[in-house]
Design a protein around this ligand. Structure first.
Ligand code: C5J
Length: 230
């Protein structure tokens, strides 16, 4: 077991053998200049600042032998997995499935839907395609984690108040202990980011813990932990 003493609201203890690094929706359309997110007037720099610390954390997690799971938000090309309540939101000309600057918006298989080059998953690392904001909704994530005997999640990705928050809430309800890495999650809206993190750690850690990636890197083993069989 290792402990992140600087985590708030109190130290976070985890067993690297039963912990996964979850990388949520680090997709070109959310993060890259010229992508869908920027076309809506968002400052992608607010998200891009997560790439460098997340790259370092990924390297540390891989060296320690942690399970690494990536997610992508998006839909089948015929949009049959996108409920009307989601489809009918947003600017009329920039809805899910419409042509966007990097391919059809949030459609699987399109260039903009895929993960940014800096964080390309390694062969063997699961990539969970999710139709919702939460990574557990309508996916096999829970089964995949159970198969690997995972009980704790180091949570990273975008955006803090939407897909990260929804996923942490879902995970918390399912019994996972979640540590959210403040410098590895990002929002287009700095205020939402700050408050989103505060909400997670409030009330004695109502949804989980918050720390910086350097606090985790300082305690991660430098050689691979044995993966327990499920
Ligand atoms: C994510 C979104 N990934 N903001 N999506 O947070 O719509």
């Amino acid at each position: 077991m290792v402990t992140v003493a600087a985590a708030r609201p109190f130290p976070y203890t985890f067993d690297p053998a039963t912990t996964a690094l979850l990388v949520i929706d680090m997709q070109r359309d959310f993060l890259e200049p010229g992508g869908f997110g920027e076309s809506l007037g968002n400052d992608v720099g607010q998200l891009r600042r997560t790439i460098a610390p997340l790259t370092a954390l990924l390297a540390g997690a891989r060296a320690a032998g942690l399970t690494v799971v990536h997610t992508r938000e998006g839909h089948l090309p015929d949009l049959s997995d996108c409920p009307p309540a989601k489809l009918n939101r947003g600017l009329p000309s920039k809805r899910i499935g419409d042509p966007g600057p990097k391919g059809r918006i949030l459609v699987r298989g399109e260039y903009g839907h895929d993960i940014v080059d800096e964080l390309t998953p390694l062969p063997g690392e699961p990539v969970v395609d999710k139709p919702g904001k939460g990574a557990f909704h309508a996916t096999d994530l829970d089964a995949l984690l159970a198969e690997r005997n995972i009980h704790s999640l180091l949570v990273t990705g975008v955006t803090t108040e939407v897909c990260v928050h929804t996923t942490v809430r879902e995970a918390n309800d399912r019994g996972y202990e979640c540590l959210v890495l403040a410098d590895c999650v990002g929002s287009y809206f700095p205020e939402f980011h700050r408050v989103g993190l505060d909400m997670i750690a409030a009330q004695g850690g109502i949804f989980g813990w918050v720390a910086d990636s350097t606090d985790v890197l300082a305690v991660l083993p430098t050689t691979p932990v044995l993966q327990p069989s499920s």
